[in-house]
Design a protein around this ligand. Sequence first.
Ligand code: LLP
Length: 407
Amino acid sequence: MSFQQPVTHIQGVSLLSIIEEFGSPVYVYDANKIIQQIQSLKNAFDGTDNTIKFAAKALTNVQVLKLMKQNGVGVDVVSFNEGKMAELAGFLPEDIMLTPSNVSRAELQAAVETGYQLNLDSIPAIETFGQLYGPTKKVAVRINPGVMAGGNYKISTGHSQSKFGIAIQQLPELLTIVDRYKININGLHVHTGSEITDVGVFMQVADILLSTANQFDQLEFIDFGGGFKVAYKENDRVTDIDLLGKSLVKKFNDFCLRYGKKLKLYLEPGKFLVSEAGYFLTTVTVVKPTPTITFIGVDSGLNHLIRPMMYDAYHHIMNISTTQAETATYNVVGNICETDTLGAERILPITKVGDILSFYNAGAYGFTMASNYNARVRPAEVLVENGKARLIRRRENLDDLLRTQIL
Ligand code: LLP
């Protein structure tokens, strides 16, 4: 991926031809990039029995889940419905890890009865599980290590004020419940946050988790979560995956020796696998100079890509319709009746109506966080695989918007 020269083709297929064929706006994913990321993670964690469980919430399209499966990647889901999507992609229930937040009793039961590997993140949920199943089913627990890390507060999930996980200080309470109902805890899980660059943080959290692990004698796996940072701009800091792999594998193998059993190591990356594989293509509808700023309006907005407004996320923007050298500074905005700045103060080639703007890093939490706000339809999704572009989700229409309303 280049942040300086526009990416105009994926596997030889031109992005302009994709927008011509499938319309605008459209999410486009490069299967090769996904496979390359899988491979680099597998290489980095070579040396122990590991499974990559794709955090499906980043990109739940069933065709992408199929691609994951074909390439030996498992899946982590956060709702029962996501689990059903994974099953549609060919995953077996026992290969699906469900890590819900504030799970209802009904969803918990549905997951256990379907055969998903459940990962519970509160003591009340563990108690419910114990009352329902005692020692007859296995379950994992999500620990909150009390460590602040991640790209920003909203995507930090392992600190002491976070709603996620069972606080490490509550371990005695957890053990009491586990003992009371003779619950078979077969896994421990942690996910500290998204966009963690510092390998030291992962190691610190691993230490916390592994010192806890000694308290459970039926473990089969330890899940270290996701949160690996990729580049969103030129020279951006990223997680050193090779260093992380080497250090964590060593620590984990040493632990297994002490524990007396070879456990499985799980990872749950979302962004790492799909962020850079995605491009979101939009069409310029208006160029609007004002006394202070020149706006570029596109046929999309925060309804399709919420990350800039929700997290102040930076998504690189390229005009792929022009090669002209002269540039200007623009604010790229959407068509939603809200302030929906997609990119502020961007230097772009002189841009005109009809040009195509491509947003980078659109593979993770792009489409999956899209909405129908302002009664606008959600875009199409296209996967480029084996040198061919194919539609993997059609664009919505007015009927889709009305389908659930009682008219
Ligand atoms: N595992 C669990 C239990 C998670 O909650 C998450 C993300 C992941 C794995 C994957 O994290 P990743 O490798 O993608 O950083 N919508 C936000 C990110 C929220 C992440 C929520 N949990 C964004 O667009 O930045």
